[in-house]
Write a protein that binds this ligand. Sequence first.
Ligand code: BDP
Length: 330
Amino acid sequence: MYNYKINVSLATIATASVLSALSFSAQAAEWRGWNIHPEGYPNSDALESFAEKVAERTENRIEPRLYHNAVLGDQPDAIEQTRNGALDFANFNMGPMGPIVKETNVLSLPFLFNNREHMYEVMDGEIGDRFAAALEDEGLVALSWFESGARSLYNTERPVETPEDVEGLKIRVMNNDLYVEMIEAMGGNATPMSYGEVYQSLKTGVLDGAENNFPSFESSNHYEVSQYYSLTEHLIIPECLCVAKSTWDSLSEEYKTIVEEEALAAAELQRELWSEGSKESRKIVEEAGVAINEVEDKQVFQDMMQPLYDAFIEENPDLESLITDIRETI
Ligand code: BDP
């Protein structure tokens, strides 16, 4: 009798610990996070903070782990990996998203936003929700929007002041046909290429130039091999903090709230860090000898984009009202 009881309670303990081990392993999830930028970049710091806070608030039931410098693949590949759940979260630029989520191509139309405030106003409001819905249909849950400044042209040959200066230059663009059309409309030759290959290509003369914001121009070291940075500011493209839909759907309501709140907090932090980081990066490249020039007449560049808009609307008549709504958001 006595022995029997001991056996029962031992069995109960054993079962309980197996169960708790099982439920622990069912709940504790390591999240693989993709990031293209190096440590110390504004986005990287914001993502780190997101990862830490989520781990803390879920008592390590979710352990987001970040992989910087695109070690898990280049951006188009990482988008696919997140859509199919091989990656759990990431910070994506809406540029390479365009070929996958058609609506987001609107955000790659040159000179769409007047400035960063305009972009925030649009993305933080109802229009941002429309983009998020389109992303969700393709397996990505956009929880918050990061900023990526304004992209300008840089090259190894000369300052760009007018479109004539772009003529004949071989310019790297992100993976999206719209950017090819954009550079060609300016008179340059566009080469889509993954981010990680640009430095070497500039160095060896495979490329004459590229285009990006100050923090990326600096952190990628492109400024070491490209002396002229011209403030064309032709693209202001938002970025998302996205979670794989399959990962998101597996969360309890409580965890969804935590993850969403921390994604919003991360975006707030990223935007603050961005303002400072941009100035700092500009200073670094200037001190390294890069010649930065203002572009007096940006309107002439903007006017050259009209055929691109016309063709886009012709191909995507359903997106015309979205463009109008963005333009009318003040
Ligand atoms: C940076 C974006 C990053 C892009 C990169 C690029 O933050 O997502 O991949 O530009 O030009 O500004 O490829």
